[in-house]
Each structure stands twice: as structure tokens, then as C-alpha cells.
Write a protein that binds this ligand. Structure first.
Ligand code: ATP
Length: 327
């Protein structure tokens, strides 16, 4: 395996800050891999990407991109990486195509090639008809696509995407996802940060979950889900019939084979009794628990309107590891 990114015991403490934004993170990204860094707000994802793209100086540890030490040789690193930041940082005095050309010139792409690449990338990103548009006249999704085009124009070895689809509408999000899939097919190494589980599960070959500057786990989405205690699920929709969720959760958790129970929804339809949705995480085969769960609820005269079998998701892994409290 060729290693594209190698991070060892990376630490970042911002001046005047009490805690470490990055606190001893280590991971490798293989060449051609789409690697996801998943974590809640403030977990340290942007700082990690900042270090790998030479915009933030590490306090300790080591990071190599394409074999180059990012802190020791930022100039060589910048030739190997490209970054699509969270916020639009296009040049507002230039039109879409000029943004690409300027960036290509900055990176030393020869003039003839610059023009050809700019047109090709505008086409690939669905922006041919916006080539002369000023940045302020682009929608959020168009600006995002232009930043991806700009990032690709100097043919980076590793593309860093910081929260690539935050704030995009579903069509624009899907378009960006398809382009990331294209990049994988072309063998470009992609490191993306996200707090969107679906995005991580769908796009990333492997996912590292970070929180409070530490890497909590790292594996393929499937393996992370499988390792979760209770990776099969049984969703029960019921009318509480006077029971509080705080009573029903332990009641169902006491059924043999149920590992834990979480409330996942509550509805109060107009004129009808409230409805509660509970998710049971199951170690073995969830179907085997349909009978016992229905029986337990029946004995307490709790009407059940639905029992659905399912699989845990990356979101369940994430909540299990990082908790429910807001950041
Ligand atoms: N320039 C800075 N100066 C001081 N503290 C900072 C700076 N940038 C980030 N931090 C702090 O470092 C921690 C990690 O922030 P970082 O932006 O890396 O997290 P993140 O996982 O990318 O979060 P988000 O998803 O909200 O962008 C946070 O506590 C943040 O407040």
C-alpha cells in the first residue's frame, strides 16, 4: 500500500487556549482512498486539515503528505495538496474561469494547459454556462463546485474537502457526492471532514471518528457499525398508555437479548394519543425478539402500531462514541 498521508501523534495547542485542539492524533491514508474524518463541532477536524495543508503550524507530532513533512517543507507540500475550505474563499474580483486560471498560474501550470484544464473542469463541474459569472453571482452550490474545480486544476495528490456539502441543497449535495466518487475512480486521494453521517457512510472507504482532539476509532463504516454493541435494531412505535418513556426504556431493555434502548421519536398527532418511537439495539438476530418484545408490551397493555427490523447506522456509532450533548 502506498501511503498518501501519514499522521503521527499530531498535537495542536492554539496560543492562549487551555485545551489542545488536536491531542495526539495518528492515522494513515492510503493513496487512492477516500478517508473521512467525522466528528462533532469543535472536535479538531478543521485544525487537522489545516496542519496537513500548511495553514496551521503543529505544536507537536509529525505529518507527511506524499512523503513530505508538512511543517518542514510547506512549499513542497502545497504542490501536493489542494483544499476546498468550509467558507467560500474565491476571488470576488474575478469571474469563475479567471479564478481557475489565476490559481493554475500560481501553481505554475503552463498557459496552454491552463486554458484547456479550466474549460474541462468547468464542464465537469456543470459550470460551463457560468464561466464568465462573478463569484457574487454564483449560488452556494455553484461556488462550492468552482472551489472543487480550482482545487483540482494543479492536479494535487491529495484533495482535502472540509465539510463539502454543508449548506447545499439536496441536488447540489448529490452532485458533489458524484464528483467525489469520480475522483475516487480516477485514483485521487481524498480526505474529507464532515459531521454528516450519511455522507461519511456513503463516500468514505474508512472513517476516523474524532472528538476533543482525539481519534476515538478508525475503520470502514461497515466494520464500525458491526463493532457496535447491538448492531441489529428493532424500532417499536407505540402509544405509551400512561407510561413515561423513562419507564418503557428499562422495561424493554430488560427483554433478553436487548443490549440498550433509545428513544428516537415522539409525535402528538392532533386529536390522537401521543406516539413514541423506541429503538432497541440487539446483539443477536433482531427478528428473534419480535415475539418477546410484542409480548412484553402487550402484558403492560401498551398498544404497538409498528415493529420494524433494521441495522444500526454510522450515526448510532457516532452517538455511542461522542454522546448526545450539544457542542
Ligand atoms: N484559530 C484558533 N484559535 C484558537 N482556538 C481555535 C482556533 N481554531 C479552532 N480553535 C479551537 O480548536 C478546537 C477545534 O476546532 P476545529 O475547528 O478544528 O474543530 P472542527 O472539528 O473542525 O469543528 P467544526 O465542525 O465546528 O469546524 C475548538 O475548540 C476551537 O474553538
Amino acid at each position: 500500500m502506498t501511503v498518501a498521508v501519514e499522521v503521527t501523534d499530531l498535537v495542536k495547542r492554539y496560543p492562549k487556549s487551555g485545551s489542545k485542539a488536536v491531542d495526539g492524533i495518528s492515522f494513515d491514508v492510503a493513496a487512492g482512498e477516500v478517508f473521512g474524518l467525522l466528528g462533532p463541532n469543535g472536535a479538531g477536524k478543521t485544525t487537522t486539515v489545516g496542519i496537513l495543508t500548511t495553514r496551521v503550524l503543529p505544536t507537536g507530532g509529525r505529518a507527511l503528505v506524499g512523503g513530505v513533512d508538512v511543517a518542514a517543507d510547506p512549499v513542497a507540500t502545497r504542490r501536493k495538496v489542494a483544499v476546498v475550505p468550509q467558507r467560500v474563499n474565491l476571488d470576488r474580483s474575478l469571474n469563475a474561469r479567471q479564478n481557475l486560471l489565476w490559481h493554475a498560474a500560481y501553481h505554475g501550470v503552463p498557459r496552454a494547459e491552463r486554458n484547456r484544464l479550466a474549460d474541462e473542469l468547468l464542464d465537469r463541474m456543470g459550470l460551463s454556462d457560468k464561466r464568465k459569472a462573478l463569484v457574487d453571482d454564483l449560488s452556494g452550490g455553484q461556488a462550492q463546485r468552482l472551489m472543487i474545480a480550482r482545487a483540482l486544476i494543479h492536479r494535487p495528490e491529495v484533495l482535502f474537502l472540509d465539510e463539502p456539502s454543508t449548506g447545499l441543497d439536496p441536488q447540489a449535495r448529490l452532485f458533489v457526492h458524484d464528483r467525489i466518487d469520480d475522483l475516487r475512480a480516477q485514483g485521487v486521494t481524498v480526505v474529507l471532514t464532515t459531521h454528516d453521517m450519511d455522507e461519511a457512510e456513503k463516500l468514505a472507504d474508512r472513517v476516523g471518528v474524532v472528538d476533543h482532539g482525539k481519534l476515538l476509532t478508525l475503520d470502514t463504516p461497515e466494520a464500525l457499525i458491526k463493532a457496535l454493541p447491538g448492531s441489529g435494531t428493532l424500532d417499536a412505535t407505540l402509544r405509551p398508555n400512561g407510561f413515561a418513556p423513562a419507564d418503557l426504556v428499562p422495561l424493554l431493555a430488560s427483554v433478553d437479548g436487548v443490549e440498550r434502548v433509545e428513544q428516537i421519536g415522539e409525535r402528538e398527532p392532533a386529536g390522537a394519543e401521543p406516539e413514541l418511537r423506541l429503538r432497541l439495539y440487539v446483539g443477536g438476530e433482531p427478528a428473534a425478539l419480535l415475539g418477546p418484545v410484542a409480548q412484553t408490551l402487550h402484558e403492560q397493555r401498551v398498544p404497538v402500531s409498528g415493529l420494524a427490523l433494521g441495522q444500526a447506522t454510522l450515526e448510532d456509532v457516532f452517538i455511542e462514541l461522542t454522546g448526545r450533548e450539544l457542542r
